[in-house]
Design a protein around this ligand. Sequence first.
Ligand SMILES: [Zn+2]
Length: 150
Amino acid sequence: MSKSNEIPFVALPVDIFTAMRDILGEYDLSDKEEEFFETLGVRCGRAVVKRTGFTWESDEQLADALVSLWAEVGIGRLTAKDVDKGGVAAEVTDTIESLALGNVGEPSCHFTRGYITGVVSELSSREHMTVEDQCVCEGHPKCVFTVIPL
Ligand SMILES: [Zn+2]
């Protein structure tokens, strides 16, 4: 087995995330970090829906579509269920941020949060926002997100 085969799939995204964070700091833009990673996540989430040509029929569970699409990308493991009023409750283990940062005492998965927003908004053709209710980066076993239509 060559050495590159031993690198976990998630290693590259974690390295990219860490490098981007470092560079933002070097450019004195650490105060923009949350906004930057959320916006990046939204754009990547929308892009992956377009790229895969994945479509969602409105009589299907939006959460199921999100889970199927998440499996294509391989950034953490996601489970999700539909909730009232067009919302989705999602739980993710091994987000890029939780792997890169560990416990820093506050919810920190801004890219993942944006990514979920982008995927759900693009799939449903309706704007959504995502709140991270619990985070591994503040000591919880999983990251828990609520996705709400706007
Ligand atoms: Zn988190």
